[in-house]
Every structure is written in C-alpha cells, then in structure tokens.
Design a binder for this molecule. Structure first.
Ligand code: AMP
Ligand code: GLY
Length: 434
C-alpha cells in the first residue's frame, strides 16, 4: 500500500513511523512533513490546506490512502478533495470536522445525542457572555467557538480576565464564544476510529496541557502524555463508547454528515461521572505518540478500513503489554513568542537509550558545509523552527520503565533555551500497570 500523510508535526511523524513498521506499506510520502519524517518518507512541498494540490499529489504518486493529520486541512475540506479524486482518505469531511471546527456545533450534536458534557451558553455579544459567566460562577470557562490552535480556551477565577477573553473572541469577524460549566477531575483522551457507522476505540492516554510542572502556567498544545492509565476504571472505554462515541457517530450519520476518521474524545472524570470536555476530528498530539507504539495490529490496514467503510470486518485490535511516555521539548518562550534557529543536537544519543525514539515537530534543516558530525542530516544541521520542537518517546514494560527511558532520552538532547516538564506520568508511574 502506498500512503501519503498530510501534516508537519510529531503526531504525523508518529503516524509515519507506525506506518513504516507495517509490512503492508510499500511507499510513504508526506506533505509537507518535517526533517524527521523525511528520514522515513518522501517529502513533497505542497500546501497542506490546498485540497486540490493534495489530491493531485496523491494521484501523481499513486497513493492508495491519504491520511490527514491536523484539523486545519480537515476543516478546509482536504479529505473531501482527495475522496472526490477517487482516492481513499482517512479523515472526516469538512462538514463532519465541524465537530472540532465549531464548539457550538459540537455542543448541539452532544445535546441531540444525549452525550454528557458541561452545560454551555453560546454568546455572540459581550452582554450575553457576561450573563453566561454569572450563570455558572467561578471558575469561569470561556471558549472561542472556532479553531484556535489550543489557545482559544481560558479557565480562570478572575471574572474580568474571562470577560476580556470573551470580548477578544467576539471582536473577530463572526465571533462567537461558548461559556460553560467548570468540570473538575482528571482529563483523559480516547481516540475512536469510525468509518461513519462502526466505531473502534484505541487505548486511552493522558495529556499534560499546562506548560509547567504541577499543571501551572498557560495552556499549550500539550507538553507530554502517557498510556496506559493505571488509575482509570476498568469499564472506562466501554462506558465512553456507549455514552459518547456511538451516540455521537449515530447522530452525525442521522444528520447526513457521517463522521469517518478519528473522533478524539477529551473527557473529564468528574465526581458525577465522565463528561466530554471537547471533541476533535483528528488524532491528538502528543497522545498519538504514546498510543501508536502500544498497538500490535499493523496500522495501515486499520486506517484503510476506517477510510473505506469496512471497519466492521476488521478483527479486534491487538495491543502490546507495554507502556509509553512522551516528553515534549519546547522552544524558549513557548507557548508565547518562541525563539527559532537554535541548533538541536543529541538525537542519536537519545535514540541510543533502549526503548527511546525521537519524533520531530518544529524542526528545520539549515545547510552547513561543515556539518559532518553525527547530528548532521545530508550535510545540514537541525535547528528549532517552532514551539513544540521534539517529542521524546520512551517505551517500556511498565510506566516507570517507559518514563525513565523517556527522561534519559531528553537528557541527551541539547537545545539552547528549551524547556520541558519534569512531572509527566510521575504520579501514574507509581501505580500498578493495568
Ligand atoms: P478544549 O480546547 O475545549 O479542549 O479546552 C482546552 C483545555 O481547557 C482542556 O483540556 C481543559 O484542561 C480546559 N477546559 C476546557 N473546558 C473545561 C471545562 N468545562 N472545565 C474545566 N476545564 C476545561
Ligand atoms: N493534545 C491535545 C490535542 O491534540 O488537542
């Protein structure tokens, strides 16, 4: 099978890596990819938001399957363009990707499907937003309705800050905000594959969204993740499938916009039971980096089945009896204004640690004629070129071993001014592996 992966992040590097380990995969392409992905796949300088260009590339390289990683191309209709060209695409249509593209739409679908979530107030004026804040009281949760790359949500006890965020979102053209009830309790992420009718869960993971240890500081795209979750109830996945995923997929089909791809269910485990915090229409980053290495079933056939309406015929997925932890190495300044161009070294040394592999996100190659050392790729040096730069993944027989490996890998990486969290999977690693 020839596969084209669309995207540039560590999530796409994780997908490409898993696909490269699948004997059924004969050729891998990426658009536009990154330098790490370039070690495993042929890179193509194509705008990932341009559906016609992606479909043309897929046809030109003879792709049997196109896997669309990020939300922006999905919302822009890239999967639709590929399917219209007669090529199988893993990823929902633009209409179905509105489950992520509009938080107000997601709330409407959840209400129709009876899915437990925080009670919302959708506001299009500052007065309505203020009334919403006072309905629920602190802590206040204010969400930009549209895509905001992980920066659209403010959770605060400060009413003025909450209202200021609402006003900022409302100032955009067509600005809409969702104000909602605060959900307490640990968060988990569950990825559910669907072909529009059937649904198959992967294993749950936990993401660490705040930038600093102890869940301090602003929200980020995600600073680390681990799987499995030794503390989660044994019936968690079945409960989420029955109360959240299957009703949502049935409701999307009933509306004539079937959801095929991966439904990312972000949940809070509250004292009143599970509640949906968010839906995304794609794999999570960095959770994908810890879910895929645990999967024993080769990935390509699974994604192909979801893309072609044949998930029901797939044998049950098999999982390794292993744990995985990933640590995100971020540029100085992230999640604010980030530095770029600083040199990255030590990836080979990190990967020499047993159980460790390193995935690229915000990296670039800078041509350098003197680049003949171990860290050079084709005579060029690797530099930071984004907020989240690398995902260092450790795999082991239990969380403690996976965590130790991941941090031993991180220690080998040198990137001036970079930072990472030190407490990823720390408390979970003390518990039993389930
Ligand atoms: P979202 O983009 O909707 O996932 O929100 C980003 C993050 O904000 C979530 O992962 C939570 O940590 C936090 N958050 C979102 N909604 C709520 C809520 N209703 N109660 C508490 N925290 C929330
Ligand atoms: N890890 C959060 C996300 O992918 O949205």
């Amino acid at each position: 099978m020839k596969i084209l992966v669309v995207g540039t992040g560590a999530r796409e590097h994780a997908l490409v890596r898993a696909l490269s380990l699948d004997p059924a995969v004969t050729e891998l392409h990426a658009a536009p990819g990154n330098p790490g992905i370039g070690l495993l796949a042929r890179l193509h300088a194509v705008d990932q938001l341009d559906g016609a260009a992606v479909a043309e590339l897929a046809g030109r390289v003879g792709a049997d399957l196109v896997v669309v990683g990020p939300e922006a191309p999905l919302v822009a209709g890239v999967a639709d363009a590929v399917r219209a060209a007669g090529i199988a695409a893993f990823g929902p249509s633009a209409a179905a990707a509105q489950l992520e593209g509009s938080k107000a739409f997601a709330k409407e679908v959840m209400a129709a499907a009876g899915v437990p979530t925080a009670e919302p107030r959708v506001a299009t004026t500052v007065d309505a937003a203020a009334a919403g804040l006072d309905t629920f009281g602190p802590p206040y949760v204010v969400k930009d309705d549209g895509l905001a790359a992980g920066k659209g949500v403010v959770v605060t006890n400060d009413r003025a800050e909450a209202l200021a965020h609402a006003a900022d979102c409302l100032a955009k053209p067509g600005g809409t905000v969702v104000i909602e009830e605060y959900l307490d309790g640990p968060e988990i992420s569950l990825f559910v594959l669907s072909d529009g009718v059937d649904a198959v869960p992967l294993v749950p993971a936990q993401d660490f969204k705040r930038v600093r240890d102890g869940d301090e500081g602003p929200n980020t795209g995600g600073m680390g993740a681990y799987s499995p979750l030794p503390w989660a109830p044994h019936n968690l996945v079945e409960d989420v499938m029955n109360r959240v995923a299957r009703p949502t997929i049935a409701e999307m089909a009933r509306r004539g916009t079937p959801f095929a791809g991966v439904l990312y269910v972000g949940l809070a485990m509250t004292s009143k039971g599970v509640r949906v915090v968010e839906f995304n229409a794609r794999f999570g980053d960095p959770e994908t980096q810890v879910v895929l290495p645990r999967m024993a079933t080769p990935l390509a056939g699974v994604l192909y089945a979801a893309a072609t309406g044949t998930l029901g015929a797939l044998p049950p997925l098999e999982w390794l009896d292993a744990a995985a932890v990933t640590i995100v190495v971020a540029s100085g300044g992230y999640p604010g204004t980030v530095r770029s161009g600083d040199p990255i070294t030590g990836i080979e040394d990190a990967e020499a640690v047993p159980g460790v592999h390193v995935l690229h996100a915000g990296t670039a190659l800078r041509q350098n004629s003197a680049a003949d050392d171990d860290d050079a790729i084709d005579g060029a040096h690797l530099v930071a070129a984004g907020g989240r730069v690398l995902s260092v993944v450790g795999v082991g027989s239990n969380l403690a071993a996976a965590r130790a490996a991941a941090y031993a890998g991180v220690e080998q990486i040198e990137l001036p001014y970079s930072h990472h969290r030190n407490d990823i999977a720390a408390s979970a690693a003390d518990g039993p592996l389930v």
